[in-house]
Design a binder for this molecule. Sequence first.
Ligand code: HEM
Ligand code: HEM
Length: 226
Amino acid sequence: MSNGNNRYTRVAILLHWAIAALIIANLVVGYVMEDLTGTARSTALNFHYSSGLTVLLLTVVRVVWRLTHEPPPHPESMKPWERHAASLGHFALYLVMVLMPLVGWAVISANPPIGSEGAKAIISGELGSKVDAADVRRASRKAPRMIWGVVELPEMGFLERIAETPDGVRPQRILHDELAEWHKVGGYLTIALLLLHVLGAVKHQWFDGEAEFARMGIGRSRADKP
Ligand code: HEM
Ligand code: HEM
């Protein structure tokens, strides 16, 4: 991925910052969304899943890029344990970049299919106290979700179909909440990894005197300097 002056290539840098911006936006929107209702909530959720699935797509491109390009060599001052820690941290970030969108996608898919018997039973109130307002809101959806308003979001059918009939409503709800919990924990994990990642970069830049940020396109690398 290197271009000879200790900098990732332009494509790698562009992908890194696009993915970073979308993930950070998604963390903010994710937490804010919880307190929203009505149109504000659905607008936020539309942005959230569109952005998250874009992260998934860009990450696939990035992983292919990474596997076919050599990254720039680490600076000499970096100790072996620091190199291992950096590789481990990057690997964990890649996992987050793939798993967060997939689990989020699973959360959204674990809802009754539009117009199914399960959805009708929830809306009609025949399931009584087994369902709440959030279930009714999710079961009342009339149109498929659209990514960036353009591409239809395919639901994960095997999760959606669980509540095709009223019998499946309760088990699907349990699974939905379980997946949402994993997604929430994943959000905290993402923040922790991001903080470690930034702290690592700051350490190399400011304390070790390396042109660390320049590796990812911020400022000039040593080779650029006159
Ligand atoms: C959620 C946001 C972010 C994610 C998911 C992320 C992910 C990654 C990953 C996976 C790599 C390894 C690249 C590779 O070799 O394949 C990397 C490298 C890097 N990132 Fe980030 N990053 C994020 C935010 C940031 C931020 C805010 C900074 C600013 C300090 C930053 C600075 C860097 C630098 C300097 C490198 C190059 C590391 C090196 O090889 O020396 N990243 N990032
Ligand atoms: C970069 C990827 C993503 C990140 C970092 C992220 C982060 C978050 C965060 C922090 C929350 C708030 C969690 C809480 O406190 O309950 C959240 C909620 C949510 N996310 Fe994501 N998300 C991502 C991708 C996705 C995708 C692709 C989808 C759907 C296709 C999705 C669907 C949801 C849903 C439905 C909720 C609300 C869950 C609930 O009802 O509790 N997310 N997300």
